[in-house]
Structures are given as structure tokens and as C-alpha cells.
Design a binder for this molecule. Structure first.
Ligand code: AP5
Ligand code: MG
Length: 242
């Protein structure tokens, strides 16, 4: 029923696009937005990891690219993203976490939304939030990340270390580093962001939609600012017909 409350309480939200480099906090913030407004988090990284886990042909193709920190080719993303956005839970809005990541993806998304959403409903226009975090901080966040393979608990050796070095606080399991958090892969992911995703920032800036935000402050403070942006944006939106 929590979803129903969110439904009636917040109405039409529209697309919320979170831009920012790896480690900027897109996933962290997307979860808070999803919980407050009752709209789904759509992380292309999670969708791709799911394809990898299921051993689909897309997953097999994507895995090697993801493992070395590159970007999966645009045309492999479109069918997967379109299928997800057409699901009923996206009607009032959705959070895009990690998409679009190239200028071509941004153009594709605009065309898709125009054709499949804005023609047929009165969905709110997208709100685009850019989380800005400096390079050194990103490196510490990403290279310091450790996880427990048993319970999924996350640690960071710089900011949130386990009580005993290298071991999970809860069950003592040795902590692991996910493949794409190894230092050389992190550097490649950050380079891909600079080369391929920065143009997306410019794309939305040129449209007057970009809302830059300092992501280098406590996560709860970032969340509060994001809620403020979404609340003022949605106050201009019409209700979506159920
Ligand atoms: P994806 O899964 O999207 O990963 P990413 O964006 O590269 O990086 P993260 O998920 O690590 O960063 P995040 O911004 O979500 O930060 P988080 O909240 O976790 O993509 C993985 C791969 O899939 C890509 O490399 C690519 O190959 C492929 N892919 C995905 N989408 C694609 C696309 N559209 N096109 C082509 N290829 C695609 O936070 C990070 C850490 O920081 C956490 O430990 C967190 O606790 C901490 N943290 C968060 N906020 C704060 C804060 N305010 N203060 C201190 N610490 C914080
Ligand atoms: Mg993420």
C-alpha cells in the first residue's frame, strides 16, 4: 500500500534523469527518489548485469566491455531500455540512473519519449539532475568500495571501513572487490565518462533543462536538494490519466 500512498500523494512526476560520473551517487539517490515518489529506478548498469547473470546474448556481449570499463554500444541498449519504459509502473514517471550516457542515447531518448509518452499522455517533461563530484573524491569512493559476497553489505575502506580489516562486520566473510571497481577499470570508466557522457551534460544544458548539484556533500543533503527540485518541477505538471 506504500506505493498507493505515493501514487495518490505525488501524482505525475515524469522522467527524472540522473547524470554524473561513476561513483557520483546516482544509485544512492535514485533509491531515495523511488521510495519517496513511488516511481521505479531504472539503472542500465543493473539491467545489463541482470542480462549477464542470465547469460543472454546481450549479456555475453556486454560482459567483456563492462569488465574493462567501456561503454556497451548504443544500439544494444535501446531495445532493453524501451522494453523497460513501456512497463505499466513507468506511467507516472521513472528515474533513469546511468542512461543516457552518450549524445546518441540522449537523442534516442527524446525521440522515444516524444513518440511513446508525450503524444499519448500529459506526462511531465524530464527533469535532469547532474551530480558534480571531483575526480579525487570519485577515485576514493570507487577504489575504496568493498562488499560482502554473503549479505551484499557495502563498505568503503576510506569512509566506512569494516571493524576488522577485510572482513564483514556481520558474518566475518572476506570482503571482495567487484570486477569493475578494480583501480585500472575505475580509471577506464571515468575516462569513458569524460569522453562520451560529458557531451550529454552539454546536450541538456543547451536545452535549458540541466540542474547541476554539488554531489560532494552528505548523501542526505543531496537527497533533500533533489526532492526540492522535483517538487517544484512537478507542481507545473498536469495529472496523468489513470
Ligand atoms: P553502472 O552500474 O551505471 O555504474 P556507474 O555509473 O559506472 O557507477 P556506479 O554505479 O558505481 O556509480 P553511482 O553514481 O551509481 O554511485 P553509487 O550511488 O553506487 O554501469 C556499469 C557499466 O555498465 C558501465 O561501466 C558500462 O559498461 C555499462 N553501462 C551502463 N549503462 C550504460 C549505458 N547507458 N550505455 C553504455 N554502457 C552502459 O555510489 C558510489 C559509492 O559512493 C558508494 O559506495 C556510495 O555509498 C558512496 N556515496 C554515494 N553518495 C555519497 C555521498 N554523498 N558522500 C559519500 N559517499 C557517497
Ligand atoms: Mg550505480
Amino acid at each position: 500500500m506504500a506505493n498507493e500512498t505515493a501514487r495518490s500523494g505525488y501524482g505525475n512526476i515524469g522522467p527524472v534523469i540522473l547524470l554524473g560520473p561513476p561513483g557520483a551517487g546516482k544509485g544512492t539517490q535514485a533509491k531515495q527518489i523511488a521510495a519517496r515518489y513511488g516511481i521505479p529506478q531504472i539503472s542500465t548498469g543493473d539491467l545489463l548485469r541482470d542480462e549477464v547473470a542470465r547469460g543472454t546474448s546481450l549479456g555475453l556481449h556486454a560482459k567483456a566491455i563492462m569488465d574493462r570499463g567501456g561503454l556497451v554500444p548504443d544500439e544494444l541498449l535501446y531495445g532493453m531500455v524501451a522494453e523497460r519504459l513501456r512497463q505499466a509502473d513507468c506511467r507516472r514517471g521513472f528515474i533513469l540512473d546511468g542512461f543516457p550516457r552518450t549524445a546518441a542515447q540522449a537523442g534516442w531518448l527524446d525521440a522515444f519519449l516524444e513518440k511513446e509518452f508525450f503524444d499519448k499522455s500529459q506526462m511531465c517533461s524530464p527533469v535532469v539532475i547532474q551530480l558534480v563530484v571531483d575526480y579525487t573524491q570519485l577515485l576514493l569512493r570507487l577504489t575504496g568500495r568493498r562488499s560482502c559476497p554473503t549479505d551484499g553489505r557495502l563498505y568503503n575502506i576510506h569512509f566506512q571501513p569494516p571493524r576488522a580489516a577485510g572482513l564483514c562486520d556481520v558474518d566475518g566473510t572476506p570482503l571482495i572487490i567487484r570486477d569493475d571497481y578494480r583501480e585500472e577499470v575505475v580509471t577506464a570508466r571515468l575516462a569513458a565518462y569524460e569522453a562520451r557522457t560529458k557531451p550529454v551534460v552539454e546536450y541538456y544544458r543547451a536545452q535549458g533543462r540541466l540542474v547541476p548539484m554539488n554531489g560532494d556533500q552528505p548523501a542526505a543533503d543531496v537527497t533533500a536538494q533533489i526532492f526540492g527540485v522535483i517538487d517544484s518541477h512537478r507542481s507545473n505538471c498536469k495529472p496523468v490519466a489513470e
